[in-house]
Design a protein around this ligand. Structure first.
Ligand SMILES: [Zn+2]
Ligand SMILES: [Zn+2]
Length: 247
């Protein structure tokens, strides 16, 4: 079983919701996907343990997806972490991760635990989970990911419009999370997905469940009205605190 704990579902400048991030647990292994501002606090609400998170995956290195990293690792250092914290990220974002780690370690030169920086596209697994990635159409290099464990499968888009590669990757996933920044394809936001494009993926890619997140903060009413009109219970809006179990 794969368990997904939704830590945040907000867009970059959401005044209320924490930035989009999920905590994935499988066989006791905890993987944090993305860590924008507000996300470390959600992690600490769940545990004060230095070793609570086993690994981190960054879909991309925009601030709303990685800006919480210094605080996250600062807490781990303060609580006495010694075990390594592998971080997976796009190849062209690893320098940016290294900068955030150096910022957090100050005034020391390095953190008191090892942080292996791994190019996401070259890993085939994270803990017990099989990993595959595909690039989406976004302003920064963004790799959507698919995690498989037995028959359980999870797709998480990060930011960006679907591409042929990301559609292929999500095909048949039991549970898919897709960013849905724009409430309408009449007003698409460059490099982001919209309601019509994303909801069509349920059938076109044979998804079991589709969760929409990273929605435009001031369009809640429009999204809610459109989802009601669609009337499909396999499509839902993500909310912080929800737990999704995939078997
Ligand atoms: Zn974003
Ligand atoms: Zn982004």
């Amino acid at each position: 079983m794969i368990e997904i704990d939704i830590l945040g579902c907000g867009e970059a400048f959401d005044p209320d919701r924490a930035n989009s991030a999920v905590l994935v647990t499988a066989e006791g292994f905890r993987l944090l996907i993305d860590c924008g501002q507000g996300v470390p606090q959600a992690v600490w609400q769940r545990s004060d343990d230095a070793g609570f998170i086993d690994a981190v995956y960054f879909t991309h290195l925009h601030v709303d997806h990685c800006g919480g990293l210094p605080a996250l690792v600062d807490h781990m250092a303060a609580r006495g972490r010694v075990k390594p914290l592998p971080i997976l990220a796009p190849d062209d974002g690893l320098d940016r991760v290294a900068s955030a780690l150096a910022f957090a370690a100050w005034p020391s030169a390095t953190l008191p635990f090892p942080v292996p920086l791994l190019p996401a596209t070259r890993q085939e697994s994270i803990g017990p989970l099989r990993l595959a990635t595909a690039q989406t159409d976004h302003a920064a290099t963004n790799y959507a990911l698919r995690l498989d464990l037995g028959d359980a499968s999870l797709f998480y888009s990060g930011d960006g419009r679907p591409t042929n590669a990301s559609r292929a990757l999500m095909t048949g996933a039991r549970v898919a999370f897709h960013e849905t920044q724009a409430p309408s394809d009449n007003t698409p936001t460059e490099g982001h997905a919209d309601f019509e494009t994303v909801t069509a993926l349920l059938d076109s890619q044979s998804l079991g469940q589709l969760w929409l997140y990273h929605t435009e903060a001031r369009a809640d009413a429009t999204f809610a009205q459109k989802l009601r009109a669609l009337g499909n219970r396999q499509i839902r809006f993500a909310e912080a605190g929800q737990i999704v179990r995939v078997r």
